[in-house]
Design a binder for this molecule. Structure first.
Ligand code: ASP
Length: 346
């Protein structure tokens, strides 16, 4: 009998611990969600009113999707995933449908997600048939003992997790196909002028200057942060090149003690500068504000090193930072009041 009572109490208390987060009353007045749709050569001159409207609408939808979850007392993890899925499904962004093409004319997708409460993370790289790579990254975090899966293994895991698998042709868009042809042209011109046999692939990448990765960071009503990033990488990439987006600490990072960050830009520079983690570390070790830390990394360190791009971030108090050193960055945020704000240019 005593054993039974003990077991009952044990069960009761472990339930308590398990559901503590779900039954704690969220303070939805604190919620914040920030999204980006990539940085790069985005200027008023090369934009049409129609294009601007189309981008704004999808960014607003992405904000709305995450906001609805946060407002109902949902988690920041659910919110960032929902926002990213909207942008992955849109052909406008370089993630999911609409991803850029590799040199061989394929789409290879990278994504990652991090939970600032537990510091758990999941990532995938080089997947070719998973409709929503961000959901696969989350499954890696939650249902495997690993952090990052790549290529065919990642796809097999996606099938086992019963995620939606699509024919690779699903990701095709004419605009991205043209972009690849242009990048290849550029490469040829580059070769003709320099006599270089194409070994300088940093030049090949920067020629196109077409970024368009998507990202989301959020603070939920429980005070928990989350960050997520999804991309097709860079046009004309070769040799299974992987950028910063799926690399925890470079393209994505979240820690309840400091902030949640998602990056976009020339991945090689973001990897070498460990951008997302550097912002968090500056806050933690130097005790400086999110804005100061983000500016230090994006507007100073990256600029000195020649790394073009930007980041979005939110800290544990709900402060936002969205610095970028490129001409533009698709970005937007929404707070408790529920009015989405979308910006594109400097
Ligand atoms: N950071 C991405 C990469 O290097 C590209 C982008 O942000 O558009 O793969």
């Amino acid at each position: 009998m005593r054993k039974l009572v003990f077991l009952f109490l044990l069960g009761y208390f472990s339930m308590e611990v398990l559901t503590a987060q779900s039954i704690a009353k969220p303070d939805v007045s604190k919620i914040v969600l920030v999204v980006h749709g990539g940085a790069g050569t985005i200027t008023r001159q090369n934009m049409t009113p129609e294009k601007e409207k189309a981008y704004t609408e999808v960014l607003q939808q992405a904000l709305q999707a995450g906001y609805t979850i946060l407002k109902k007392g949902g988690t920041s993890m659910d919110a960032v995933e929902a926002s990213i899925r909207i942008m992955e499904d849109s052909p406008l962004f370089n993630a999911g449908k609409g991803a850029v093409f590799t040199h061989e004319g394929k789409n290879e997708l990278d994504a990652s997600i991090m939970d600032g409460r537990t510091l758990k993370a999941g990532a995938v790289a080089g997947v070719k048939s998973v409709r929503n790579p961000i959901t696969l990254a989350r499954k890696v975090m939650e249902n495997s003992e690993h952090v990052m899966l790549t290529g065919e293994g990642a796809e097999q895991f996606a099938k086992e997790q019963k995620l939606e698998i699509v024919d690779p042709s699903y990701f095709y868009t004419e605009a991205r196909w043209k972009q690849l042809q242009q990048a290849k042209e550029g490469e040829k011109i580059q070769l003709d002028h320099s006599g270089d046999k194409g070994s300088n692939n940093e030049k090949i990448f920067t020629e196109g200057k077409k970024f368009g990765t998507v990202g989301a960071v959020a603070l939920d009503g429980y005070g928990n942060l989350a960050a997520a990033t999804s991309t097709g990488g860079m046009t004309n990439k070769r040799w299974n090149r992987v950028g910063d987006a799926p690399i925890i600490g470079a393209g994505t990072y979240a820690n309840n003690k400091t902030c949640a960050v998602s990056a976009t830009g020339h991945g090689e520079f973001f990897i070498r500068s460990v951008v997302a983690y550097d912002i968090s570390a500056l806050m933690e070790y130097k005790g400086i504000s999110l804005q100061k830390a983000a500016d230090e990394v994006v507007m100073k360190k990256l600029v000195e090193r020649g790394g073009e791009g930007g980041i979005i971030a939110v800290d544990a108090k709900g402060n936002i930072a969205m610095p970028f050193n490129s001409e533009g960055m698709y970005r937007g945020f929404i707070k408790a009041a529920g009015t989405p704000s979308v910006l594109i240019y400097k």
